[in-house]
Design a protein around this ligand. Structure first.
Ligand SMILES: C[S@@+](CC[C@H](N)C(=O)[O-])C[C@H]1O[C@@H](n2cnc3c(N)ncnc32)[C@H](O)[C@@H]1O
Length: 205
């Protein structure tokens, strides 16, 4: 399953989702308000960009123009997920109330639902794709990476820090990235996987 939810604004939710194993079958998604399903939407709107990218006839878009009309007043969180739920079904989570209004367990549960999904890369770094340059410049002011270094990154996201290490030709012996999202791990291993580089799915908590 591949999906993308545009950055949510206060009114509408726009995105797409496609089942790569059956591109003719539109996917149904649910809007879940504080844990309750309030609406189901079929992702069957034509998206020319998806048709051009080879996603069948491109009819995999969805739009919920006024999502707040579909949820009870005072809702604190909204989850967007593949109908029926289950592991990895969440494709987006939005906190409508300040995090301070959630108890710690609920805030952790919701943030993990979000992280375990397959949010588009830029969504992980505040709407823009970043390089790892600023991080590495800061880290290298206080530490040295030796050629025998074994690097562990917790939550590699889309791998910008490793990409920068490689671009700068920094020598290291091994790199292990531990990431909550199974789908990100699959993409990262496909992009970077090598003898000395590995991503594993896991929760460091
Ligand atoms: C904001 S992104 C940052 C990614 C990357 N470190 C960077 O600087 O670009 C946070 C990443 O950490 C992952 N993550 C969050 N909690 C985690 C946990 N408990 N165990 C492993 N990965 C986790 C998320 O899935 C997400 O990909």
């Amino acid at each position: 399953m591949r999906s993308n939810v545009d950055p949510w604004n206060d009114r509408e939710i726009v995105g797409w989702i496609a089942d790569e194993t059956d591109l003719n079958k539109p996917v149904a998604i649910e809007i879940v308000a504080d844990g309750r399903v309030t609406r189901t939407v079929t992702a069957d709107l034509l998206r020319q960009d998806l048709a051009e990218a080879g996603y069948g006839d491109g009819r995999h878009g969805f739009a919920v123009p006024d999502f707040k009309a579909a949820i009870p007043a005072g809702t604190k969180s909204v989850e967007l997920r593949i109908a029926g739920g289950g592991p990895g079904a969440t494709i987006g989570v939005k906190f409508l109330a300040p995090v301070s209004e959630f108890d710690a367990d609920e805030a952790l549960r919701l943030s993990q639902l979000r992280w375990r999904g397959d949010e588009h890369d830029a969504g992980l770094t505040w709407g823009e794709l970043w390089t790892g340059d600023a991080f590495l410049d800061t880290a290298l002011r206080v530490a040295t990476i030796m050629p025998k270094a074994k690097i562990v990154e917790i939550g590699p996201g889309y791998g910008r820090i490793l990409a920068t290490l490689i671009e700068r030709d920094v020598s290291f012996q091994r790199y292990l990235g531990v990431e909550l999202s199974e789908r990100r791990v699959a993409r990262l291993n496909q992009r970077f996987g090598a003898d000395r580089i590995e991503f594993r799915c896991g929760d460091v908590n």
